[in-house]
Design a protein. Structure first.
Length: 187
């Protein structure tokens, strides 16, 4: 069995890529949506697909700090939040996200343009070890968590103090699908 791993930025993708590598492979490139991957590899649609998910307020703050720290942009938080620059262009990451789909939303990464889910399994960022163990048991594969660190990890810590009420509500609107699906809270 060979599945697909969809690497959403700032969700422990490097750790999961190495932990699940021989069974769940990152295809096409680093950060491509499930729709893009299956456009390039339609033969994989019936195989399992896994993604890691993270509290959207924490993930988005971490993504802002990360992209700023690696010099993709040098703009303020409020400006970036409403027009995120992830890889040198507004509202895009690589070439696979449709311009009318917000890259800050998990739904953009895991559904097709009609909103149909393309992912079979979700691993919670807050419980990577448990998620990898669940995958090992479910698919009868020999995997374990291999934690990888990045020199600028931990950028999501203390995220709450950076949000105004308006910004918090904006993320709640943009990420409503994932907040509802995984019961995320701004806490």
């Amino acid at each position: 069995m060979t599945g697909t791993f969809i690497h959403i930025p700032k969700t422990a993708g490097k750790t999961l890529k190495h932990s699940l590598n021989t069974y769940f492979i990152r295809r096409v490139g680093r950060h491509h949506t499930a729709a893009s991957v299956f456009e390039h590899h339609p033969e994989l649609r019936n195989n399992p697909t896994v993604v890691s998910v993270r509290n959207p307020w924490e993930r988005i703050w971490s993504l802002y700090k990360y992209t700023k720290d690696i010099h993709i942009h040098n703009i303020g938080w409020d400006t970036w939040l409403y027009s995120p620059i992830l890889n040198g262009s507004v509202y895009r990451h690589y070439d696979d996200i449709e311009c009318d789909r917000n890259p800050l939303s998990l739904k953009t990464w895991v559904t097709d343009l009609d909103g149909n889910e393309l992912v079979t399994d979700y691993i919670m960022f807050s419980d990577l070890s448990g998620g990898v163990s669940t995958m090992a048991e479910k698919y009868k594969i020999d995997v374990e968590l291999e934690t990888r660190t990045h020199s600028i990890d931990g950028k999501g810590a203390g995220y709450k103090k950076h949000y105004t009420d308006t910004q918090r509500d904006y993320v709640a609107d943009v990420c409503a699908w994932e907040i509802d699906k995984f019961n995320f809270k701004f806490q």
